[in-house]
Design a protein around this ligand. Sequence first.
Ligand SMILES: Cc1cn([C@H]2C[C@H](O)[C@@H](COP(=O)(O)OP(=O)(O)O[C@H]3O[C@H](C)C(=O)[C@H](O)[C@H]3O)O2)c(=O)[nH]c1=O
Length: 192
Amino acid sequence: MNAIELELEGLVVLEPRVLADERGAFFESYNDALFTELTGYRRPFVQDNHSISHAGVLRGLHYQLEPGAQGKLVRVLQGSIFDVAVDLRPQSDTLGQWAGVTLSAENHKQLWIPPGFAHGFLALSDCEVLYKADAYYQPSLERSIRWDDADIGIAWPLFGDPLLSGKDAAALPLRVALIPADPKLVGELDRQ
Ligand SMILES: Cc1cn([C@H]2C[C@H](O)[C@@H](COP(=O)(O)OP(=O)(O)O[C@H]3O[C@H](C)C(=O)[C@H](O)[C@H]3O)O2)c(=O)[nH]c1=O
């Protein structure tokens, strides 16, 4: 398995070793010891999620507040997505910055997103997305930020208006979402 660290500290793209033969192929989609070696992260995953989207659906940007912040290991079983993580860690030098990667059934790539990031993806085709979480879903702790927030400025590879849930259509701008955590963080955005 190959690991590529992205520009935001902690984000890692994992590329499993695919073993092809005349029958098809095989790869270890998750190996705990290897995951810990490649990401430096060690916390058991407690939930697997399976998300099915039509082409053009955009889910996010979502995160859970502490003590329910989730680390997520994302991969695609069918189709492809543009997967995005936004740094919301208060002490981070890259607060409010984003990184994105195309994950697909063809490229087998996975994205490790540590706790402290918001997560979202655009379905580039009809797709099925699997992701592990290291903390349980806790709706009372879940928060959303606008997918098109001007401070974040994600370059989504849109191909029409995205199909959003009502929750995502009504999501808050980052500046508003950060205030409860620490009003000073809003000023940090201007210093980025
Ligand atoms: C996330 C989640 C949802 N649900 C229920 C709640 C709703 O009845 C239904 C759909 O939930 P929601 O519209 O919040 O699903 P997404 O918009 O895909 O939300 C996810 O989108 C981004 C990409 C994420 O990384 C998060 O895992 C999560 O926020 O599944 C559960 O029962 N368990 C769960 O863990």
